[in-house]
Design a protein around this ligand. Structure first.
Ligand code: PEP
Ligand code: CO
Length: 456
């Protein structure tokens, strides 16, 4: 491990073991692209980053609840008005349900505007005896199985930066233009929702909030400005370090370095080694840092990581995202939770009920009969969330939020939920290039469950 107080620059990570990096055949071309990105304006500001950190610290004290969600991987092709708006709509609807149920302010964080690089379990993929680099996300290479498509292309980093800026620009404009105004929740309706079994319950919440708002405004004698806009923050897995370094900057009148590619970068389970390059890189930036915690995480490694990232034990700085799976959380989580609690470390705990619950099924009927499909059972996602609440309650700690993979579209990628999607239904609308996401109804149903659970 590097000494938490050792000198740091955006390139000290190069002296540490670095996994999950694309291998670029033309390093000079990579350097040219990185210099170009380094000269372009940042995507977010240090003010926003510090504001998020303060909100994450509040969430750890139970004063706010974190709703963190979006695609497993964004794709350049989905950088469209409809896809961005529908993602925002479902997150806004979920946050409305959560406000209503938890009576807490919500911290909204999207897995978007930069979630373009994916870790892979193998560096190469073999098909019919041909071995090519694995697809690592739109920021790195292209999914088609040809040498040209799979060779990492530095230009894609620039395209990814631009797509992130386009996404963020549209999100900010929608929000500033009144899209997120609580007086007009009808803006967030998705066309197919009227037919949802959950529609009536959702409508009751919307009406109740509208009524409270009108009541408060009658008392206050005007509109409550603070209710008209909401904050939205961005996050992505901080994976391709040369890209992250190109957007890591110093800013006037603030100390230290900020990764200005996103508000909340996170370290995935495959790169979470405290002795590795990703931890070293994160040590020197002032952003809050997400760290995924899974069945392979040891208490020693976790404590080392936290102390390294937060030598001053700064509230809001470290966000631990537990992702064990419904069958393992009961056994694997409490020892880690206790170790962090007993060491007196200030962290914000969030539950990711998705990544420990991925499985492969083989539908017996329908278009995909006999084929292996990656899915998640909604029942397992609910069960892990339930258990996370319960374990935190028993240990006297706070579950500050959830981290989910979802889409505002009507996809069939996870089974179960209000409409009881079966393995045989998966072929109907399976669009994810990577992990299966909750569809609109499943996401809303999860929010309703959390709202009930968090209100206890
Ligand atoms: C992810 O969040 O998409 C991911 C790959 O998660 P994890 O690192 O927890 O497997
Ligand atoms: Co994923």
């Amino acid at each position: 491990m590097s000494d938490p107080r050792a000198p740091w620059t955006p390139s000290t990570w190069r002296g540490f073991p670095c996994t999950q990096q694309p291998v670029y055949p033309d390093e000079a071309a990579l350097d040219r692209t990185l210099s170009e990105i380094a000269a372009l304006p940042p995507l977010v500001t240090s003010y926003e980053i510090e504001a998020l950190k303060a909100q994450l610290a509040e969430a750890a004290r139970g004063e706010r609840f974190i709703l963190w969600g979006g695609d497993c991987a964004e794709s350049f092709a989905d950088c469209t008005s409809a896809a961005i708006a529908s993602k925002l709509k479902i997150l806004l609807q979920m946050s409305l349900v959560l406000v209503h149920g938890t009576r807490r302010r919500i911290v909204r964080i999207g897995r978007f505007a930069g979630q373009y690089a994916k870790p892979r379990s193998t560096a190469t993929e073999v098909r019919d005896g041909v071995e090519l680099p694995s697809f690592r996300g739109d920021n790195v290479n292209r999914p088609e199985f040809t040498l040209a498509a799979r060779t990492p292309d530095p230009q894609l980093l620039l395209r990814g930066y631009e797509r992130s800026a386009l996404t963020l620009n549209f999100v900010r404009s929608l929000i500033d233009g009144g899209f997120a105004d609580l007086h007009h929740p009808e803006n967030w309706d998705l066309a197919f929702v009227k037919h949802s079994p959950l529609a009536a319950e959702y409508q009751r919440m919307v009406d109740a909030i509208g009524e409270s708002l009108r009541f408060m405004e009658t008392l206050a004698g005007g509109t409550i400005a603070a209710m008209q806009r909401v904050d939205f923050f961005t996050s992505h897995e901080m994976l391709v370090l040369p890209y992250e370094a190109a957007l890591t900057r110093q800013v006037p009148r603030r100390e230290g370095w900020f990764n200005l590619s996103t508000h909340l970068p996170w370290i995935g389970v495959r790169t979470s080694d405290p002795h590795g390059a990703h931890a070293e890189f994160c040590r020197g930036i002032r952003n809050p840092i997400g760290v995924k915690v899974g069945p392979d995480t040891t208490p020693e490694a976790l404590l080392t990581t936290i102390r390294m990232l937060s030598p001053d034990n700064e509230p809001g700085r470290v966000v631990l995202v537990s992702r064990f799976g419904a069958h393992r959380i009961g056994r694997a989580f409490p020892p880690l939770l206790r170790a962090v609690r007993d060491a007196g470390l200030a962290v914000t705990w969030v539950c990711d009920p998705m990544h420990g619950n991925t499985e492969t099924v083989v539908p017996t009927a329908g278009e995909w009969a006999g084929k292996s499909v990656k899915t998640r059972k909604f029942g397992h996602i609910l069960a892990e969330t339930e258990q996370a609440f319960e374990i935190h309650r028993m240990e006297g700690t706070v579950l500050a939020g959830v981290h989910v993979e979802l889409t505002g579209e009507d996809v069939t990628e996870c089974t179960g939920g209000a409409r009881g999607i079966a393995d045989e239904d998966l072929s109907r609308a399976y669009r994810s290039q990577v992990d299966p996401r909750l569809n609109y109804e499943q996401a809303l149903e999860l929010a309703m469950l959390i709202a009930r659970r968090a209100a206890v």
